[in-house]
Design a protein around this ligand. Structure first.
Ligand SMILES: CC(=O)N[C@H]1[C@@H](OP(=O)(O)OP(=O)(O)OC[C@H]2O[C@@H](n3ccc(=O)[nH]c3=O)[C@H](O)[C@@H]2O)O[C@H](CO)[C@@H](O)[C@@H]1O[C@H](C)C(=O)N[C@@H](C)C(=O)N[C@H](CCC(=O)O)C(=O)O
Ligand SMILES: Nc1ncnc2c1ncn2[C@@H]1O[C@H](COP(=O)(O)OP(=O)(O)OP(=O)(O)O)[C@@H](O)[C@H]1O
Length: 546
């Protein structure tokens, strides 16, 4: 999984720049003096009257009238791109001391330069000020933020579908796409930069949207991408090992997520307490908390899933709450984890002020959790059952494997996956081990190797799988096959009608990044073609064709 979509997938319709799709069409100018005042910087002379109508922290997306924020980066300093930003129409630059020194050296910045210790600390609030993006409490669009290791995308889609079932015009910001009341915009990041977040929220207000659900990644909190946003309701799904390349320890990862549940960032919290981290969060949150458990044994909680029954591929369940309240809910996506996601979305909507009876009516009349989420437990064929999913960490892979196991006697689970390069290496053997435990055939292949040696990544996964096989005397057959398309073909070759194929890790993604080159690769297309070539019937799905 790439963590970032391929550059170039972000092109807009002719005549519309990518940047303009991330901000409102009408922005009343703010004087540079006002901006200086907000961040404690004196703006001298004529510069004070400069009109600012937008803000960008990437020179390539600067629009005329923007304040360009030149940030220190991992590889470059944004000040190196100030010349380009000014050429594109930036009317002022905001940077730090190091940036100011670089600008003094280059001497090509013919616009006012404001200097603060940490521009990242002010870019969110400044974006909110310039775009007037933050609605007053109780005014639309109501903002729903979802964080956690797994389930953010699915829960934000569930929220979107449920809000629409309630008759609301709802926007969405997340890993797959951005819905802001116009044509869908393909996403570059799970949570965009704060300049884009505020531009999008203002755009949604301008277009009269009632609500928006948004994924909040831990990178977003660390890189301050949601600074200046106050969510009406913040939701927590779960916490399991991932992103330790950024956070170092689970405690640090948790502390980052927990920041979202403070009064600076949200007015109310809904927390799944299925894991210990959720229970810790509920106890520590500085805002009113409603708790949810996806099984009675995981409680106590304000809302608990008290009974479940299979219905089609999905599940029908009862969510029991305070004062004998009961909700009857159906989710069309397989897996116990989708019961958790649907329960969380439902209680988040209740926490925003919707009555239980109105929610039940919307659930009954629109069946909102049958919405398809691209690349999340997406069914490509029924015999064999062939599923493409985005599981790319140990917990998600375990749950996806549990969800696809068929009760049919003699049926086998064939799983194809690989691990991402240059990301949390610790999860690789653990993913190999869990796959060897829960699958009958494991085909280890490549995900996005990025700049790492793909063979070495596969070796890490295989080491975990083989160690688990030895220790547990497991019967799982393990193969190593690359490239990924060949591994998917091998799964189709091995499959019998009663088997299940799970191709995990890349979900909706259509590019594979190998040593800086983006190669076209869509697991859904590969799986479909491989099954068709072996005479199996595949499901018609326009999302796969597009
Ligand atoms: C590791 C990481 O998150 N890096 C972020 C960081 O990049 P950086 O410090 O390396 O920036 P840099 O490339 O050195 O550039 C320095 C500055 O110059 C600017 N610049 C750079 C080039 C140019 O031509 N013009 C220009 O203005 C950049 O915008 C930046 O402000 O700061 C940049 C700008 O603030 C971010 O865009 C960038 O996110 C990159 C794109 C990224 O891929 N992040 C991923 C890991 C991420 O955030 N993923 C999470 C989801 C994770 C998950 O749950 O799976 C997400 O929310 O998407
Ligand atoms: N509540 C959940 N608990 C555990 N696993 C889940 C849950 N929901 C989804 N998953 C698994 O995790 C994968 C990713 O789901 P989803 O895209 O909804 O999460 P995410 O948090 O947005 O992930 P990412 O941050 O990587 O984009 C799914 O494909 C599924 O295998």
């Amino acid at each position: 999984m790439s963590e970032q979509n391929a550059p170039g997938s972000h092109t807009g319709p002719a005549g519309e720049s990518a940047a303009s799709r991330f901000r409102p069409s009408a922005v009343a100018a703010v004087r540079l003096a006002g901006i200086g005042e907000a961040i404690g910087v004196q703006v001298p002379g004529a510069s004070a009257a400069v009109s600012v109508t937008g803000i960008s922290l990437n020179s390539r997306t600067v629009e005329r009238g923007d304040l360009y924020v030149a940030l220190p980066g991992g590889s470059r300093h944004g000040a190196d791109f100030a010349g380009q930003a000014v050429e594109r129409g930036a009317v002022a630059v905001l940077t730090d001391d190091a940036g100011a020194r670089l600008l003094a050296l280059s001497a090509d910045t013919a616009v006012p330069v404001l200097v603060v210790d940490s521009p990242r600390n002010v870019v969110g609030p400044l974006s909110a000020m310039i775009y007037r993006s933050q609605p007053p409490a109780g005014h639309p669009p109501r903002l729903f933020g979802v964080t956690g290791t797994n389930g953010k995308t699915t829960t934000t889609y569930f929220l979107n579908s449920l809000l629409r079932a309630l008759g609301q015009r709802a926007g969405l910001i997340g890993t797959i796409e951005i819905l802001a009341g116009g044509e869908p915009i393909p996403s570059l990041l799970t949570t965009p930069e704060s300049t884009d977040v505020h531009g999008l929220l203002a755009l949604m207000r301008e277009r009269g949207l009632d609500a928006a659900s948004m994924e909040v990644s831990s990178h977003a909190i660390s890189f301050q991408r949601v600074d200046g946003v106050v969510f009406d309701v913040a939701g927590f799904t779960n916490l399991t090992q991932d992103h330790l390349d950024l956070h170092g320890t689970m405690d640090d990862y948790f502390a980052t997520k927990a920041e979202l549940f403070t009064s600076r960032r949200a007015r109310a919290a809904v927390v799944m307490v299925d894991d210990e981290w959720g229970r810790r969060l509920a106890a520590a949150a500085g805002i009113p908390v409603t708790t949810v458990a996806s099984a009675p044994g995981n409680g106590p909680a304000d809302w608990t899933v008290t009974s479940t029954a299979p219905r089609g591929l999905g599940t029908e369940f009862t969510l029991s709450g305070p004062d004998e309240a009961r909700l009857k809910i159906h989710t069309g996506l397989p897996g116990a984890f989708n019961v958790a996601n649907a329960a969380l979305a439902s209680v988040m909507v209740l926490a925003s002020g919707v009555e239980t009876a109105a929610l039940q009516t919307a659930l009954d009349s629109h069946d909102p959790f049958t919405v398809a989420v691209p690349g999340r437990m997406q069914l490509v064929a029924e015999e064999p059952a062939a599923v493409v999913d985005f599981a790319h960490n140990t917990d998600a892979l375990a749950r996806a494997l549990e969800a696809v196991r068929s009760p049919l006697p003699g049926s086998r689970v064939i799983v194809v996956f690989g691990a991402t390069g240059q990301r949390d290496q610790g999860k690789r053997p653990a993913m190999g081990a869990i796959a060897a435990q829960l699958a009958d055939v494991l085909i280890v292949t490549d995900d996005d190797p990025h700049d790492e040696d793909a063979q070495a990544i596969r070796a890490d996964v295989l080491a975990g799988a083989r160690a688990a096989q030895e220790q547990g005397a497991l019967t799982c057959v393990i193969e190593e096959i690359h490239p990924r398309a060949a591994a998917i073909n091998r799964a189709a070759e091995l499959a019998r009608r009663q088997d299940t194929i799970l191709v995990a890790g890349r979900g909706h993604e259509v590019w594979q990044e190998v040593k800086g080159v983006n190669l076209p690769l869509d697991d859904r297309v590969e799986l479909r073609n491989a099954l068709t070539a072996r005479g199996f019937t595949v499901l018609q799905d326009e999302r796969i064709e597009s």
